[in-house]
Design a protein around this ligand. Structure first.
Ligand code: PMP
Length: 401
């Protein structure tokens, strides 16, 4: 008999569980819109051409080693990642006020940031938007922070609850940490305008709230790396401090390589050095040092002018295909005359559409039409293709009528 005989069966992850159910379905019409990973028009995963080229270069390099990286990761990768999110001309970088460490994709970067804050920051409350990516509350709770929410999404307008957001941040204890999605808010696809970001920035700075940006979709939202980093750069331009977790899962298609970075922008080079030294003490007992392959791919691409350019072209093509899927789905709903206003499909930003469908309607679409998505009605536009738009709009029409 096992010493774990009394253990209970844990539930599937609410997001990854959608794919488990999809894989069990034998229908030829099945459609997986649950997973947040890019698919081609043919429904296939995509490895970017520029990533293949970088890998070929790496493999043919006879000096290639499999030595351990430093605790903080690959130095070239860290420098280029900070430039990518903050801008290559960022004064914070020039003044050596940024501590950057390579981490295990976006999730690992958030977790290392959270562990650091728990150990070295005097406020342990983090405000996250309602709703947010399902893993956020767990990441911060497991690091020992206390999680509260701020209003973000208004179901009535399927847009930003800007009033509610401002009220909740105004009422937050001074010094609290606030999680902000840099762009392409997941799951709602609703982002503040630049004008609204400026209000949020002023409000947060006046209250001494500490911004923690989650940047999982830079370049994926608009097709422009710079445009999608504007929110973060506004907060850095005022000279104040912030944290930013970056992921290369979506924008370089490096999902399983688990490659990302945590940057902490500080007010002086002296503090940045000390913060970096403490980040090492956080990382060492967790996983000692990060993996080398993904970091080498990213550093190769970011440090070669031609490859960088080719990456931006491939990135824009992914963003454009997603935007085109929004248009096609919206047009199909209009053509059908499905009751309700569906303009949010084209207004929302990034990988996901927050359809407004309720859990019963989602369950109906899955059982009757073999369309898989999370129960909150979130669909991945990246999982859709032109040939499946009719099937999806049929399912949505049937679900609401
Ligand atoms: N933040 C958000 C908002 C996300 O949507 C994701 C990916 N689903 C992540 C972080 C982290 O993903 P990863 O760890 O794969 O980079």
């Amino acid at each position: 008999v096992s010493v774990f005989a009394n253990i209970s069966q844990a539930p599937e992850d609410p997001i990854l569980g959608v794919t488990v159910a999809y894989n069990k379905d034998s229908s030829p019409h099945k459609l997986n819109l649950g997973v947040g990973a890019y698919r081609t028009e043919e429904g296939k995963p995509l490895v970017l051409d520029v990533v293949r080229r970088a890998e070929k270069l790496l493999v043919s390099d006879i000096s290639l080693k499999k030595e351990y990286l430093p605790i903080t990761g690959l130095a070239d990768f860290n420098k280029s990642s900070a430039k990518l999110i903050l801008g290559s001309d960022s004064p914070a970088i020039q003044e050596n006020r940024v501590a950057t460490v390579q981490c295990l994709s976006g999730t690992g970067s958030l977790r290392v940031g959270a562990e650091f804050l728990k150990k070295h920051y005097n406020q342990h409350t983090i405000y996250i938007p309602s709703p947010t990516w399902g893993n956020h509350p767990k990441i911060f709770m497991m690091a020992g922070l206390s999680v509260k929410t701020y209003r973000y999404y208004d179901p009535a307008t399927r847009g930003l609850d800007f009033e509610g957001l401002q009220q909740d941040l105004s009422a937050a204890t001074s010094g609290s940490i606030v999680l902000l999605h840099a762009c392409a808010h997941n799951p709602t696809g609703v982002d503040p305008t630049l004008d609204q970001w400026e209000h949020i920035r002023k409000l947060m700075r006046s209250k001494g709230l500490l911004p923690f940006f989650d940047s999982a979709y830079q370049g994926f939202a608009s097709g422009s790396l710079d445009a999608d980093a504007q929110s973060v750069r506004m907060f850095v331009a005022d000279g104040g401090e912030c944290l930013a977790a970056q992921s290369y899962a979506k924008n370089m298609g490096l999902y399983g390589e688990r490659i990302g970075a945590l940057s902490i922008v500080l007010t002086s080079a002296d503090v940045a050095r000390k913060v970096e030294s403490q980040l090492k003490l956080v990382i060492r007992p967790m996983y000692s040092s990060p993996p080398i392959h993904g970091a080498s791919i990213v550093a190769t691409i970011l440090n070669d002018r031609e490859m960088y350019h080719d990456w931006t072209v491939e990135l824009k093509a992914m963003a454009d295909r997603i935007i085109s899927m929004r248009k096609q789905l919206y047009d199909a709903m209009c053509a059908k005359g499905t009751p309700g206003d569906w303009s949010h499909i084209i207004k929302q930003i990034g990988m996901f559409t927050f359809t407004g469908l309720n859990p019963e309607q989602v369950a109906f679409m899955t059982s009757e039409y073999h369309v898989y998505m999370t129960s909150d009605g979130r669909i991945s536009m990246a999982g859709l293709s032109s040939s499946k738009v009719t099937h999806l709009s049929d399912a949505m029409h049937a679900a609401v009528t």
